[in-house]
Design a binder for this molecule. Sequence first.
Ligand SMILES: [Zn+2]
Length: 84
Amino acid sequence: MSRIISLSNFKLIKARGHGYVTITDKYTGNCVHHVVCNYVAEHNFTQKVLENAQKNGAYFFTEDLNQAMNHFPNMRKCQKCFKS
Ligand SMILES: [Zn+2]
């Protein structure tokens, strides 16, 4: 599980196209996405991590879905990218 703190790192993870991104949020809750999900978006990352300095939440990357689900409490899977 690694914290994503730079836009270049975020772009690299999106470009590679595999693994999971966990987005934490004090108000709306914690959610895990496939990296390719539209909700894992550059403008959202920029706002939360760079402009708001991770005050309300942060972005994390892992290749391991179980780790993504278990690392933080009350983790849910994105309704959009995990629907089958
Ligand atoms: Zn998603």
